[in-house]
Design a protein around this ligand. Structure first.
Ligand SMILES: *[C@@H]1O[C@H](CO)[C@@H](O)[C@H](O)[C@H]1NC(C)=O
Ligand SMILES: *[C@@H]1O[C@H](CO)[C@@H](O)[C@H](O)[C@H]1NC(C)=O
Ligand SMILES: *[C@@H]1O[C@H](CO)[C@@H](O)[C@H](O)[C@H]1NC(C)=O
Length: 514
């Protein structure tokens, strides 16, 4: 119910009208009513408050009039003198946010014309809830936002005034934001840094509360999208990648795939690969696929030249954050080198009288492969009086196994074969020609044990008596037979006075018969 009471004319309500111009104002009335009051509610008794009796009120045709509005908010009951509401009175539509809302009513009496001003102070009731402009507020906040950064939220609106309007805000508890409200400025304050990789969006429920009774509230959902900042460098799946690569792998052989992931989005998460610094030797040996991280062979892989490679690979995201990993490629040996045989020394020719077991040569074998691929067995053919005796490391002695006899075999072709233990094995061979040097070890031997010859007497000196032959298988001088007669006597005269022998041929050209 409206309080009733008198108040002095406020200068603010001294508006100009022709009625005001014509008439003298005798007295003003002032009432206070709540908005939205029920129709038919008695605001006050005009007759009583103006001190006019009911009959006068009737006879002078008292009536209410409203300035500048079609709406008749109230009327007067001439029988009772009561001022009664006839329409809904909504403070908000009448006065909006004005702190005081006064509805001015002209009360007219005729005969003589008399004007009274009735001020209706419409007081606010909490009939409006705080309202946010939208049901959903979309915010995008970079994950790189610092702690303490503030993000403005459009405040809630409440058509009511005073305590009935928005008094406070309440932010649903969450891990990242708190609320700061200062002078109607509503801000989200970042309390813990965001991490898109952990949580890329969240809904925050913000409630605005008024101070009315009963209290009214309005809510809005703040949908926060955490924008990616390039805050993650790519991360390789391994710090060290190890691969094993057989030597002689042809170009295009895939060695290994390296892979890095980047938790960021879009271009921030696009990883490309490259080699880090490479030595000049390695530059053309491998290639890396910038997109897939696939490392392939492009050059010659020779275990004997290089048994392992170590290089750095780089992963880079779209905005240039990089990280590195190591790639170790162990080249595995393939049995691609034949054993090589080197004759380090050789006694050639060999005197035929060397004793069995004599060393006549030194052989060295080498294989550039490794492990079992470089284990070499060395042998020579059977049926020669030689053998290979393993010595230190890859050295072998070539020694005789029996008595040599130049007169039987004067030359040997000795084939040394070296075979490694690779799979399949590789072998090579080398033939050494050995000559046996002569020793004068054979005496000349006559073809016959004895020679008999018959001569006629009185033969001429110089006629051939007979011819003898002795053979010596030794070489050259050592096999050259020189004939001579042993001293002797025939009938008291020396043999040489009867016979002579050709030292070179064994023929006796001067046989003389005694
Ligand atoms: C590398 O990745 C490719 C596909 O991108 C695949 O075909 C290949 O087998 C992989 N190689 C290795 C060594 O993992
Ligand atoms: C050894 O080899 C040489 C050259 O091939 C050949 O002339 C010679 O007859 C061979 N000697 C023997 C005893 O086989
Ligand atoms: C004959 O034999 C001797 C040793 O008995 C030797 O020193 C010499 O070189 C040999 N002569 C030839 C031509 O082989």
């Amino acid at each position: 119910m409206g309080d009733k009471g008198f108040s002095a004319l406020r200068p603010g309500f001294c508006f100009v009208s022709f009625i005001l111009l014509l008439n003298v104002v005798h007295g003003d009335l002032s009432y206070s009513i709540q908005e939205e009051i029920k129709r038919g509610t008695v605001i006050g008794n005009i007759a009583k408050d103006l001190g006019i009796d009911l009959r006068t009120l009737s006879s002078r045709k008292a009536r209410v009039d409203f300035e500048g509005t079609q709406q008749r908010y109230c009327d007067m009951n001439l029988n009772t003198g009561d001022l009664i509401t006839t329409e809904r009175i909504d403070r908000e539509s009448l006065c909006g946010k004005k702190p005081s809302c006064v509805l001015v009513i002209d009360l007219l009496l005729e005969n003589p014309l008399e004007l009274h001003r009735v001020s209706l102070h419409v007081t606010d009731v909490n009939d409006n809830s705080p309202k946010f402009k939208k049901m959903l507020i979309e915010m995008e906040i970079s994950e790189s936002a610092d702690k303490g950064n503030r993000f403005s939220i459009e405040e809630a609106h409440d058509a009511d005034i005073g305590q009935n309007t928005v008094q406070r805000y309440n932010l649903q508890k969450n891990d990242y934001f708190i609320l700061a409200v200062d002078n109607n400025k509503v801000e989200l304050v970042l309390e813990n840094t965001l991490d898109r990789e952990k949580q890329k969006e969240m809904n925050l429920l913000l409630t605005a509360l008024d101070g009315g009774s009963p209290q009214r509230s309005g809510t809005v959902v703040i949908h926060v999208t955490v924008l990616d900042a390039n805050d993650n460098a790519p991360v390789f799946s391994q710090a060290v990648y190890k691969a094993s690569l057989p030597e002689n792998s042809p170009p295009d052989t895939v060695v290994i795939n390296v892979s890095a992931t980047d938790a960021d989005e879009g271009v921030n998460g696009d990883v490309t690969y490259d080699f880090g610094h490479l030595t000049d030797d390695d530059v053309n040996v491998f290639s890396i696929d910038h997109k897939t991280g696939e490392i392939r062979v492009t050059g010659v892989i020779d275990f004997e030249a290089r048994s392992s490679f170590e290089m750095r690979v780089e992963a880079k995201d779209g905005l240039g954050l990089t990280s590195y990993a190591k790639v170790i490629i162990d080249v595995t040996d393939v049995n691609d080198n034949v054993p090589l045989i080197y004759l380090k020394s050789l006694t050639n020719p060999i005197p035929e009288n060397v004793s069995p077991g004599s060393e006549v040569g030194i052989v060295n074998v080498q294989d550039r492969d490794s492990e079992s691929n470089r284990q070499v067995r060395c042998s020579i053919q059977q049926n020669v009086p030689f053998k290979l005796v393993p010595s230190i490391k890859n050295y072998y002695s070539l020694v005789t196994t029996g008595q040599l006899d130049r007169e039987l075999v004067s030359d040997y072709n000795i084939t040394i074969t070296a075979t490694d233990e690779g799979s399949p094995p590789l072998s090579s061979s080398k033939t050494v020609q050995l000559s046996v040097a002569d020793i004068n070890d054979n005496p000349p031997v006559f073809e016959e044990q004895s020679y008999s010859a018959y001569v006629t007497e009185n033969n001429k000196p110089g006629s051939t008596l007979c011819s003898v032959t002795a053979r010596d298988p030794d070489w050259r001088q050592n096999g050259t037979v020189v004939y001579s007669l042993l001293p002797g006597e025939v009938n008291g005269a020396s043999v040489s006075s009867y016979l002579s022998v050709n030292g070179d041929t064994g023929c006796d050209p001067r046989c003389e018969v005694v």
